[in-house]
Unconditional design. Structure first.
Length: 135
């Protein structure tokens, strides 16, 4: 079960009939995120497998997964924001077990992202869940 922020996002996506509107909404979510400090944009935080440059900085706070991220592509920044609604704030053990493919499928992302973007999204999910599982 996804957390409340993701449920709200899923409801918003149901309300938006047109995929272009959904795409714009994802970009707006990315624009609303705080930028990642340049000092954190290092090889250790870079996510391989993404067409764009992507950095994720996961951490745990009292057993809860938290993360910040950034990208040089607006749609990917938006995808990071979507992942924040799905993972950020979950207990790490729960975050490691989220069926991200199914949850993101509820938004229709699987059908509307290019193969490269889908691979990048999968790489981001793997990075976050791998971190959560090890925490």
């Amino acid at each position: 079960m996804a957390q409340e922020a993701f449920e709200e996002l899923a409801e918003t996506f149901e309300f938006l009939d047109d995929w272009e509107d959904r795409y714009r909404h994802v970009i707006d979510l990315g624009r609303a995120m705080d930028p990642l400090d340049a000092a954190l944009k290092v090889p250790a935080t870079k996510v391989d497998g993404c067409a764009s440059q992507v950095w994720l900085v996961p951490r745990t706070e009292d057993g809860v997964l938290r993360f910040d991220g950034d990208s040089d592509a607006m749609i990917v920044r938006g995808l990071i924001a979507v992942l924040k609604t799905l993972f950020d704030g979950l207990p790490a053990d729960e975050a490691a077990k989220v069926d991200a493919r199914a949850e993101l499928g509820r938004l229709g992302l699987n059908d509307h992202l290019s193969a490269q973007r889908s691979n990048g999204l999968r790489a981001m999910v793997e990075r976050l869940q791998g971190f959560a599982a090890a925490a």
